[in-house]
Write a protein that binds this ligand. Sequence first.
Ligand code: ACO
Length: 325
Amino acid sequence: MGIEIIGIGSYLPEKILTNADLEKLVETSDEWITTRTGIKERRIASEIEATSDLAIKAAEKAISKAKISPDEIDAIIVATVTPDMFFPSTSCLVQKGLKAKNAAAFDISAACSGFIYALSIAKDSIKSGTFKTVLVIGSETMSRVTDWQDRNTCVLLGDAAGAVILRKTDSPSDILSSYLGADGNYSDLLYMPGGGSREPATYKTIDERKHFLKMEGNKLFKIAVKAMADSAQKAIALAGLTCNDINLFIPHQANIRIIEAVAKHLDISMEKVFLNIHKYGNTSSATTPVALEEAIIEGKVKKGDIVVLVAFGGGLTWGSVVIKL
Ligand code: ACO
């Protein structure tokens, strides 16, 4: 028995925010952002778009590519740290939007690693026989938790959604392995302090800008390189492969320098590394599914190729999935 990706889709909001636009908002420069991060522009959701709207658009594309009816979906898993609201879950709103009336629905909160966590759970739930067809979505409106006065973070983030549909199959295509990790001791390096049960929303928390993402980028940098390289190595070994067997490496797109350092660590040539950070920045859990779809559309991978998805994010969390297309 295998697990096939029968459909994949993404949605990028129309509005583009360039480095030149950011120069007007905070004290920064295109030169700084480009050389320190690799980002040139990012997408921003419109005022009427919430995370579930992006997710539904990406999912509709994936459903159409898979040529299935929404009724055939047994479960919807949405990875997000920017849900429409605390509850109901964004996945329930997606279920309603898609009219996927037979699907169970739940969200995963693992920041930028959320899609990898969700894909791993979907794989295991299909392998165990719980579900046959699972829709996995990474969807984020990071612009809604971005402090547009903080140059340390506002240049990095963007909005997007990516969706894949997995189905039990007899074909040899498969999700070969996954590896997930976390370290809550570093939870204060990337977090949003306000609005939860610890500091519910008050005028004071709003005045103190606690409803925006806070990040210690410099400290995260080193941990990100090690965690991404280690988790990729572990997932590749679990699949019974080596780095030489990998046709395309799709890392989380948080910083071009992190990606280059991870590739060096793994001794993988940058020619085998997929990049779209210049166009979208860091879209958290949407990053890897959006990149996977682009890699397929651009012909960077073909049927039978081995692809590794690797992510790292707030929590801290990290994870890798090895896929045979
Ligand atoms: N424009 C101009 N200068 C800036 C900007 C900016 N946008 N941002 C920071 N600087 C300044 C700083 O103030 C600092 O100035 P100082 O030396 O006078 O104090 C200087 O640039 C260097 O700052 P650093 O933080 O050391 O810069 P660094 O090279 O580390 O780059 C960055 C910062 C891009 C954030 C990097 O550290 C990074 O990418 N970190 C990892 C991010 C990450 O992986 N996050 C996890 C995933 S995200 C998620 O889960 C949602």
